[in-house]
Design a protein around this ligand. Sequence first.
Ligand code: FMN
Length: 400
Amino acid sequence: MKNITCVEDLRQVAYRKVPRAFYDYADSGSYTESTYRSNVADMEAIKLRQRVLVDVDKRDTSTTILGEKMSVPVVLAPVGLLGMQHGDGEILACRAAHAAGIQFTLSTMSICSIEDVAAAVDRPFWFQLYVIRDRAFMRDLIDRAAAVKCSALVLTVDLQILGQRHKDIRNGLTVPPEIRLKNVIDIATKPAWAWSILKGRRKTFGNLAGHVKGMDNVNSLAEWTAQQFDPTLNWRDIEWVKSIWPGKLILKGILDVEDARIAAESGVDGIVCSNHGGRQLDGAASSISMLPKLADAVGDQLELLFDGGVRTGMDVERAIALGARGCMIGRSYVWGLGAYGEAGVGKTIEIIKKELDVSMALTGVSSIAQIGPNVLLEPPFIQRPVARKVVKIAKGKKRS
Ligand SMILES: Cc1cc2nc3c(=O)[nH]c(=O)nc-3n(C[C@H](O)[C@H](O)[C@H](O)COP(=O)(O)O)c2cc1C
């Protein structure tokens, strides 16, 4: 991996190594992909403020998120079908995250099950849950996550119905999946990938197989799942989940100030400002453009996490500056996994951490607590500045 310098390098390797249908599954957004593109474009447009002659000799990128110590304010986001980017992908990603001192979030739609991952790692991880029609099965998933001591439950609330991604339809990655000649030929040209999948523990949705009655193959499970997304999902369901989940609860997929306020009133521990990586409502605002508004509304009432378009350590600094406690990353580590397995995920985290460290130094700050609007050239996306988050570096004042 000598020549891997950035996440874009990992993306290019993943493009060569992972079969097209699964590469495209990750590198796509819904409909016109305008929100997917704007997540990255709006992020890049935020200018950092170059500072000089500040002593930044002793720097520290570590922080805490929901009371857990992290070496860098980054958590691996829940990503479905990770085990199709690389055999045992969920286990490898979780191991890489823990080795790097950060957290991993296992998706409901994973290939390795909750129990597979728990047996393969020695620390708790986070579990992501979709609200599904079959509440008894949902309850069962919550109990399973609690049984292996997952340290947080991330309830995804922006997928009441599934956004359409054109590439998945063209590639036959539909429900149920289609076996197409071009996919078979493509897989034949990716032997390392095929071998890793063959060696992998499972080839189907690990959290569902054997738990949903009569549904044991990929096709029937995929069909069952598609019918399970629940358009009736509403705030009463959050109360119900709160009443049965014993640990920290995070709502993922909040993009609106009003929703953020209701979430804060509902007493959840955290929210993720997110548009599902541009995979759900095409035409929705980029998540970075909504972040300062959410921070202004609820940043002092719960832990505000952020995701969407984080490809560099500079992006992490931008998000922290706009009020996030930490960032989730999705595609950045998916590409690392597809490129080099566990080592590739480790490389993604290492790259982002190094970039954040350099970027902190060149913006004149030494700790995560010192990052605020002070590191931005001008506050973007808001009419009035987020003045209450201004940090006076000279006095070394801590962020709350
Ligand atoms: C391939 C793929 C699968 C995903 N699967 C899930 C999922 O199962 N559950 C979920 O809450 N979010 C899922 N997401 C959304 C991510 O958790 C996260 O919100 C998004 O990837 C962040 O944007 P980024 O990829 O630009 O970092 C998925 C994203 C991708 C790219």
